[in-house]
Design a protein around this ligand. Structure first.
Ligand SMILES: [Zn+2]
Length: 87
C-alpha cells in the first residue's frame, strides 16, 4: 500500500523521468496568439523597487525576463508574469 503523504514527491520524480524521455515532436509549440509566429525573443521587464522596500535603502530595479513575439512584439498572456496573486 502506498501512503498518500508521499504522493507529491512520487509525482515529481515521475515527471522528471517523463521529461528525460521527451522528444521535440511530442511538445506543443508555442505560437504568438496575435500573428501565429512560432519564434520569440527574450526581453526584460523591469520593476522598480522603492527605497522603502529595499533592504539597502536605495531605489533599484528588479529585472524579469520574458518572451515576446519576434515578429509583431506581442507577449502572450501565458508568458506574462503574474502580478495579481503576489503577496
Ligand atoms: Zn506575433
Amino acid at each position: 500500500m502506498e501512503s498518500l503523504t508521499g504522493g507529491n514527491q512520487d509525482m515529481k520524480q515521475q515527471l522528471a523521468r517523463n521529461l528525460q524521455g521527451l522528444k521535440l515532436k511530442d511538445l506543443d509549440p508555442v505560437e504568438c496568439e496575435k500573428c501565429g509566429c512560432p519564434t520569440f525573443v527574450q526581453v526584460t521587464l523591469l520593476r522598480r523597487i522603492s527605497p522603502v522596500m529595499n533592504p539597502t535603502g536605495k531605489a533599484g530595479f528588479l529585472p524579469i525576463p520574458l518572451y515576446q513575439c519576434s515578429s509583431c512584439g506581442h507577449i502572450n498572456d501565458e508568458l506574462m508574469p503574474r502580478t495579481d496573486d503576489e503577496q
